[in-house]
Ligand binder design. Structure first.
Ligand SMILES: CC(C)(COP(=O)(O)OP(=O)(O)OC[C@H]1O[C@@H](n2cnc3c(N)ncnc32)[C@H](O)[C@@H]1OP(=O)(O)O)[C@@H](O)C(=O)NCCC(=O)NCCS
Length: 182
């Protein structure tokens, strides 16, 4: 088993094909990593009191923290963390019990709280705070603490979102090749 993976209550993270996980990351419990995802140094992801799912070709950059909220009688589903395909999660971002769509960029150091819903094709500026339950609409840039809708994404930014994910797929393939040579 990869040294970054740990089990909780007998459940160990599930990896699809061609996933890259830096050996300094820690991933615990009920976590599913889809094809071509990459997890960079010092990421902490804890799928203990609920589950975490990360879509294909998404990347979680250095120092990001991913966690979830448990199920209670008042909130029977709790707050799992669901991340879509082609998502870029910047360095040191904190994602807690929220739902991120496809082709989203979560800026460095952004904080996303329980129940937030980020629709497809959204950029969240570096250092932004997304309050609990807030819905960020598809096709917009959001910045600030708390986030406010800043403006619609331009064509370059819409193109950049899948490109950023592709760049990270290429980069992690280089890292995978490097680790095979050790
Ligand atoms: C928000 C962002 C996309 C820039 O958008 P932009 O429309 O080009 O913004 P500009 O640089 O023209 O700045 C416009 C205003 O927003 C402010 N601003 C820029 N980024 C900001 C941020 N993250 N939070 C708050 N305000 C921000 C600028 O200071 C400027 O303010 P002013 O008009 O009072 O001078 C960029 O700054 C950003 O945060 N990118 C995220 C990068 C990242 O974290 N990538 C992940 C790791 S690879």
């Amino acid at each position: 088993m990869h040294s970054a993976l740990r089990s909780y209550k007998g459940i160990t993270p599930t990896l699809h094909e061609n996933v890259y996980i830096d050996s300094s990351a820690v991933l615990i419990g009920d976590i599913e990593l889809n094809t071509d995802t990459s997890i960079w140094p010092l990421v902490a992801a804890r799928g203990d009191v609920n589950h975490i799912k990360i879509g294909a070709r998404s990347n979680v950059q250095d120092g990001a923290v991913l966690h979830v909220t448990r199920k209670t009688p008042d909130n029977p589903t709790g707050h799992p963390l669901i991340i879509g395909d082609d998502v870029t999660i910047g360095h040191k971002a904190m994602l807690h019990g929220c739902h991120v769509g496809h082709r989203v960029l979560v800026g460095m150091g952004a904080i996303l709280l329980d129940g937030a819903i980020i629709e497809d094709d959204v950029i969240i500026g570096a250092g932004s705070l997304v309050p609990p339950g807030k819905v960020l609409k598809s096709g917009f840039l959001y910045i600030g603490s708390p986030v406010k809708q800043a403006r619609p994404l331009n064509d370059n930014e819409r193109t950049f979102l899948p490109t950023s994910a592709d760049n990270y797929v290429r980069l992690k393939n280089e890292y995978l090749a490097e680790s095979e040579n050790l």
